[in-house]
Design a binder for this molecule. Structure first.
Ligand code: SAM
Length: 412
């Protein structure tokens, strides 16, 4: 017996024929990184269901006996599913047939928490009549796992499920084009969407999930309204955010000049920087603000290079810095800010990839400026670069050997 939350919070995990037995034997459910963000939200007491993707059955009901623990049983499933939750059966386990169809009807999937109503309907399908019964909500068992015969389910044809209270989480971006229509996601704000130059929170979320593990330290030396800190906190990462002029009301942002970061060498697991792109935004009146220097001036890149060198110093070997920057076009002159900064980054880091991030919600994206761009034959800035760079132990990156690749060719 253990303490449990009293609300009907439910999640679906998946297995296949080759992993099902291990789930039951270890009484452990696991996710890989792709659905790690869902798993880390599971709390002790949540109702869990296991969908076998091969046989299309849904096993239930289980109770989470722990919160999600990262890499707890390292040898489970040969290390493939490190976001793990210890589970206990809630009585005998029944496999319900046509799992995919059932979950579709209940607006449930493995990418988010189940709507409360759906958890309740599932519990009833599994034979728990009074789903809000105090005993059910506090019941944990260490009984043997007894699996019954597969059973069909029956639900009314028309079922209205309200899923507006279910938090939709970002998805990992599979390509090098990361387009985020909104600055934030989920139920809590990340950073301040009115802060000039605020970073899309999903961009940071993607870097965090690709390049860090729970508990890792993420540093943002120019963190503005604190988007990096907020994303990291929700995803179970530690974060330190600095800014030359921390915004009012955020005591968690430390005042600091990014050209000298008060951290030991080799301490950060990831760094994110969304630096000024020149002097297009007036962040503050502090003379040390790099955003007061024009990107047409070499000094701008020299000062940013000092930040780059600091990032390299505090970053652990093999770890990632993500740097967001955009080009400039002012008074009939184009400045390839991204390319120039990239050259400086290459002196310290190896390139992992370059991502294109469409610019949304820009003050220049108005009818007036759109017309001017067409009439006077120039372009409004449509995207930014996200440089994803890796620290290698030697200053020079490894010698790159060309490789023979057998490309698949298609007939025209
Ligand atoms: C594009 S904004 C960062 C936005 C932030 N990622 C967010 O989501 O709110 C750039 C930030 O760099 C800061 N900055 C400029 N010069 C700096 C310096 N020398 N040291 C530290 N921060 C600096 C500015 O104050 C500004 O907040």
């Amino acid at each position: 017996m253990g303490r449990a939350s009293r609300s009907l919070i439910g999640y679906v995990f998946a297995c296949t024929n080759s992993t099902q037995d291990e789930c039951f034997r270890r009484r452990l459910f696991g996710n890989n990184k792709v659905r790690g963000a869902i798993a880390i939200r599971v709390r002790k007491g949540s109702f869990l269901f296991l969908q076998n993707l091969d046989t299309d059955v849904l096993f239930g009901v289980f109770r989470a006996a722990t919160d999600c623990i990262f890499d707890w049983q390292k040898d489970a499933w040969k290390g493939r599913y490190p976001y793990q939750v210890k589970v206990e059966p809630l009585g005998e386990i029944t496999p319900l047939t046509e799992a995919e169809k059932l979950l579709r009807k209940l607006k449930g999937d493995r990418n988010s928490q189940l709507p409360e109503e759906s958890t309740s309907i599932l519990l009833e399908l599994y034979g728990f009549e009074d789903v809000r019964d105090k005993h059910l909500l506090e019941y944990f068992s260490d009984e043997d796992l007894i699996i019954r015969e597969p059973t069909c389910w029956n639900l009314p044809k028309k079922l209205r499920i309200n899923d507006s209270k279910v938090e939709r989480l970002p998805k990992l971006q599979p390509t090098t084009l990361w387009d985020f229509p909104r600055q934030s996601y989920g139920f809590t704000p990340k950073g301040h969407n009115k802060y000039a130059g605020v970073t899309p929170a999903e961009l940071i979320w993607n870097l965090v999930w690709r390049y860090t593990n729970p508990g890792d330290l993420v540093v943002d030396p120019m963190c503005g309204s604190g988007t990096t800190i907020d994303v990291c906190q929700e995803e179970g990462r530690r974060a330190i955010g600095y800014d030359l002029e921390p915004i009012l009301g955020r005591s968690d942002i430390k005042r600091n000049d990014a050209r000298k970061i008060p951290l030991e060498d080799n301490t950060a697991d990831m760094i994110f920087v969304d630096s000024p792109y020149g002097d297009n935004i007036r962040y503050n009146d502090n003379p040390a603000c790099i955003g007061n220097i024009s990107s047409e001036d070499e000094l701008f890149y020299d000062e940013l290079e000092k930040v780059i060198a600091e990032c390299r110093r505090i970053l652990k070997d093999g770890k990632i810095v993500g740097w967001l920057i955009g080009d400039q076009w002012v008074r009939r002159r184009f400045t390839p800010v991204g390319f120039i900064l990239y050259q400086r980054l290459c002196k310290y880091f190896e390139t992992v990839d370059i991502v294109c991030v469409p610019r949304r919600g820009q003050s220049s994206h108005t009818d007036l400026w759109t017309n001017r761009a067409k009439r006077f034959n120039f372009f409004l800035r449509g995207y930014r670069y996200l440089f994803i760079m890796r620290k290698l132990s030697g200053l020079k990156s490894k010698k790159i050997n060309t490789r023979k690749v057998n490309w698949t060719c298609y007939e025209r």
